[in-house]
Design a protein around this ligand. Structure first.
Ligand SMILES: NC(=O)c1ccc[n+]([C@@H]2O[C@H](COP(=O)([O-])OP(=O)(O)OC[C@H]3O[C@@H](n4cnc5c(N)ncnc54)[C@H](OP(=O)(O)O)[C@@H]3O)[C@@H](O)[C@H]2O)c1
Length: 403
């Protein structure tokens, strides 16, 4: 490995849960260098990251926070450039010096930088699922057109990718895998989130309770999405785009131990699965080093310590957002953008204690109902403008319905 060129990596969302884990992974990978970092406004953590990795560029989306960081880097790190705004994110994503982009911002804000990276033919380690949810067809077509590769970071999709890699699925960015590899079903496992085992009504559960995930430590938005089971619906849409498997061939099972990260069933009934302790450093590292496997600091799995692995059918009545997400994915077109936009607003309102926990799925359902009555809704293949318009419409409708 000694004479291999260094892999220059840019991270969108380096101050988040995935970003911080990724920097820990990179520190132990001698062939990787941090070229660029980004955050929305967490200047204190960015300062520590600049000190540790001395990147060429840092993008701070918030203008005032960017000025603050620029004043601090000034004479201390004069070679580190500070860019700002949405344009700064796109510029970093498409930089020719960057060999691999890790996209780990949260929400639809990741769409345009991802598109820029794919148009520049980059390798992208993708954690930011929302971009793929709202514009999967467009992004996969763009990746194919420009020879870009998308390597999944989400643990479930990494698991499927790892099951398929030895079979010749040399990149996730391919269609037709279902027929070529005789895939019958993809089975996505779900921890069940904070409330799966809880009895009684969920209407009065607090934000703190919803944020107490039993197995994973993650950012707030995805943790709430796990508590409503929305996350698993989003992941089904993500798997549909990454692996070219029809939505109806993607099944969800509750697996409270979070040891089996997902499974693939083939035409003959054989199943492959990937197992490990729940630790995002493993899928992050695989995406960064693919196709190589290198030693990692992830705790080895001793099966006799685990003893039992349980699998249950999800309860769609108690967690209606899961059904709504699957419905949006099945309809395709701009429906997933509408679902996602409404969900992002609803989760923010819940975190701000403006709506209840069950209010999240109620609000998303109301927005979807309003969209089904909308004269100009679109079900077929859709361009970027149509996607962005649907996203804006859904956010505005969610705000109006909740005020
Ligand atoms: N966390 C996990 O274990 C996990 C697992 C699988 C998939 N994912 C996916 O990975 C993505 C990131 O999740 P996370 O848990 O790491 O989120 P997180 O902890 O909330 O971090 C989000 C990152 O994005 C930045 N950011 C937020 N809003 C932004 C905006 N408007 N413009 C620019 N940057 C913005 C944040 O900057 P500030 O710190 O300055 O706010 C932060 O760096 C999500 O799509 C999630 O679904 C996460």
């Amino acid at each position: 490995m000694g004479d291999k060129p260094l892999k220059k990596i840019a991270i969108l969302g380096s101050t988040g849960s995935i970003g911080v884990n990724a920097l820990d992974v990179i520190e132990n990978l001698p062939m990787c260098r941090v070229w660029g970092l980004s955050a929305q406004r967490n200047v204190e953590l960015l300062k520590a990251q600049v000190r540790r990795f001395q990147p060429k560029v840092v993008v701070v989306s918030d203008g005032a926070a960017a000025d603050q960081l620029r004043r601090w880097t000034g004479s201390r790190f004069p070679k580190t450039k500070i860019w700002t705004g949405a344009a700064g994110l796109e510029r970093l994503a498409g930089q020719k010096d960057v060999d691999l982009l890790l996209s780990s911002v949260v929400g639809a804000v990741g769409l345009l930088p991802l598109l820029a990276a794919l148009k520049a033919g980059k390798k992208v380690a993708l954690a930011n699922k929302e971009a793929l949810i709202i514009a999967g067809d467009l992004l996969m077509a763009t990746a194919r057109k420009y020879g870009a590769k998308i390597l999944p970071v989400d643990s479930e999709h990494s698991a499927i990718f790892q099951c398929l890699t030895p079979l010749g699925a040399c990149q996730a960015c391919r269609t037709g895998l279902t027929s070529a590899l005789k895939i019958k079903r993809i089975i996505l496992t779900a921890s069940g989130g904070a409330f799966y085992r809880r009895k009684g009504s969920l209407d009065r559960v607090s934000v703190a309770e919803a944020l107490a995930h039993p197995t994973w430590k993650m950012g707030q938005k995805i943790t709430i999405d796990c508590a409503t089971l929305t996350n698993k619906g989003l992941e089904a849409i993500e798997a549909h785009h990454l692996f070219g498997v029809p939505m109806e061939n993607i099944q969800i099972v509750i697996h409270p131990q979070s040891i089996v990260h997902s499974l693939v069933e083939f035409e003959d009934g054989a199943m492959l699965a990937q197992l490990s302790h729940p630790d995002m450093r493993l899928p992050i590292q695989y995406a960064l080093t693919y196709p190589e496997r290198l030693p990692s600091s992830v705790r080895p799995l001793e099966l006799e310590e685990i003893q039992k692995l349980e699998f249950y059918r999800p309860d769609f009545r108690r967690f209606p957002s899961l059904k709504l997400a699957l419905k949006a994915g099945g309809l395709g077109g701009t429906w997933p953008a509408v679902f996602n936009g409404a969900n992002e607003i609803a989760v923010r309102l819940f975190l701000q204690e403006k709506i209840s926990f069950l209010g999240v799925s109620r609000l998303v359902a109301q927005v979807m109902k309003a969209y089904s009555n909308k004269a100009h809704r679109q079900n077929g293949a859709i361009g970027l403008d149509g996607i962005l318009a649907a996203d804006r419409w859904a956010r505005q409708m969610a705000e109006e319905l909740s005020s």
